[in-house]
Design a protein around this ligand. Structure first.
Ligand code: ADP
Ligand code: MG
Ligand code: ZN
Length: 491
């Protein structure tokens, strides 16, 4: 691969706002209903039906724009974007054009990498930081959806028609597929923590178009770009961009030229393919939407949005490290989802030792958690986890037994104490009982005991292991350790 080109990537992201009703009518935005059951004259585009703006959509859009560092315009406007498509019966989409409600934000990302701009972020990891500028965030309505998988019939489903979206338009500041994927992950996390979007790529409520071009290193004129559309996984976006960069380099190295076009991603063959040419740019004949007044967002509205802003994922991570003394890795795992983070904080508060609780959630609970959009199915309550670890603290059960009890607790509302009584388990904490067992093990392994006393300290693990085996894991390893050392006269 030629080394003399620099890749340039700019992303356009469409994110569905989590309102109950559509952007300009009262129809439900619920996903998965039978086709054309959430429709009315407005979202069907019937002549004479008038749009009325959904205030909740504006509230969520402003919250998202603020979280991305954008400035909010006091005066903005909706515009008609005119084009024909079967899923757009009005013949135009209501969007924002030259007067969007917000401009000039940014997203800072960090991707693993080496080279002159890499910095050590701790734990021996080098990362490249990228300050990706955002041109604007604007509001628009979604179109319907065409289904062509019904034999010789096609279905136009207008349930999605008029669903509120924000479009987040990035500057061409990204330099690799990995950076683009990280930008998307970071952006999705933010929107999910804000409660603005459910981050669901499969259902299409978070969608991305990636614009890709290359240029000779050291120049700043933009090269001709292609646009990669409808790629529904971050991994695929990363691969598609990487492939597209090499394809463009090969074309230029071959003396060819890049054709401005829209391309798709074929995952099976691992390559992008041409969908349609964009050489003669489509003219959408934008004009101000005559059926809607200008959108006035006053300072009080913006202040309220700022005030209602939930904690952002990166702030939560930093706070978990500072407040609970978690490692950066643990903090990032426990902030993978707002509900997981809330569950951890509640259990940590009820119990008191956040590190122990955090470890247990990571090791045991997370593998049983199912995340669906903003919801999480967690098989135990925070109180059950906290109570379970209080029993470990009180030497009622060992850490190992806690796992066993957890397995029985999951998906029930029983108390850990109940389960322990039922299982008939308890930790052997009685020191004289432990001492008897230790003596027995020392007698049975007299030769090893001599070696241990003579300085072969590694053997202590063997003795602890034997005692634990004898007690079926129910003794406190700490007490066993202490007792063995005392009996053998070790320091
Ligand atoms: P549209 O794609 O709707 O015609 P724009 O021309 O404003 O709209 O471009 C939109 C996106 O394309 C932006 O995210 C921008 O960063 C990106 N972009 C524009 N030109 C290039 C380029 N030459 N290379 C890579 N990305 C680009
Ligand atoms: Mg585009
Ligand atoms: Zn409607």
């Amino acid at each position: 691969m030629s080394k003399s080109y620099e890749p340039v990537i700019g992303l356009e992201v469409h994110a569905q706002l989590l309102t109950r009703t559509k952007l300009f009518c009262g129809c439900s935005t619920a996903f998965g209903a039978p086709p054309n059951t959430h429709v009315c004259p407005t979202c069907l585009g019937l002549p004479g039906a008038l749009p009325v703006l959904n205030g909740e959509a504006v509230r969520l859009a402003v919250r998202a724009a603020l979280a991305l560092g954008c400035t909010i315009r006091n005066h903005s406007r909706f515009a008609r974007k005119n084009y024909f498509y079967p899923d757009l019966p009005k013949g135009y989409q209501i969007s924002q054009f030259d007067e969007p409600f917000s401009d000039d934000g940014f997203l800072d990302i960090h991707v693993p990498g080496a080279g002159p701009s890499a910095v050590d972020v701790g734990e021996g990891e080098n990362k490249i930081s990228r300050h990706a500028r955002i041109q604007r965030v604007h509001m628009e309505e979604d179109a319907g959806k065409n289904f062509h998988d019904k034999g010789d019939e096609s279905i136009v489903d207008l349930n999605r028609s008029g669903t509120p979206l924000i479009e987040i338009v990035g500057h061409p500041d990204l330099r690799s597929g990995a950076e683009a994927a990280e930008y998307l992950r970071t952006l999705r996390d933010i929107l999910v923590f804000l409660g603005v979007n459910d981050g669901n790529l499969e259902e299409g409520s978070f969608r991305c178009d990636a614009n890709v071009s290359i240029r000779p290193v050291g120049t700043d004129t933009l090269g001709t770009r292609t646009e990669l559309k409808n790629i529904n996984s971050f991994k695929f976006v990363e691969k598609a961009i990487a492939h597209e960069i090499s394809r463009q380099i090969a074309v230029l190295d071959d003396g060819g030229r890049i054709v401005q076009e829209t391309r798709g991603w074929n995952e099976k063959e691992s390559k992008t393919y041409s969908l349609r040419s964009k050489e003669t740019a489509q003219d959408y004949r934008y004009f101000p939407e005559p059926d809607l007044p200008p959108l006035i967002i006053d300072e009080a509205f913006v202040e309220t949005a700022r005030h209602e802003m939930p904690e952002l994922p990166r702030n939560k991570r930093a706070r978990f490290v500072a407040e609970y003394k978690l490692t950066p890795y643990a903090a990032s795992v426990l902030t993978m989802h707002p509900r997981v983070a809330a569950f951890f904080e509640e259990a940590a508060m009820l119990h008191g030792d956040a590190v122990k609780i955090g470890n247990f959630i990571q090791a045991e609970v997370l593998r049983d958690v199912t995340l669906t959009g903003l919801d999480a199915q967690i098989p135990v309550s925070a109180k059950q986890v906290a109570d379970l670890w209080k029993l470990v603290d009180d030497d009622k059960i060992s850490g190992k037994q806690a796992k066993e009890v957890y397995a029985k607790l999951a998906k029930t509302n029983r108390s850990p104490g109940d389960v322990i009584a039922e299982l008939g388990i308890s930790q052997v904490t009685d020191r004289s009982q432990i001492e008897d067992i230790c003596r027995k093990i020392i007698d049975a392994n007299a030769k090893s005991a001599e070696q241990l006393k003579a300085g072969k300290t590694g053997l202590i693990g063997f003795f602890v292991g034997q005692v634990m085996k004898e007690t079926k894991g129910s003794a406190s390893p700490q007490v066993v350790n202490e007792t063995l050392k005392r009996l053998l006269g070790l320091p």
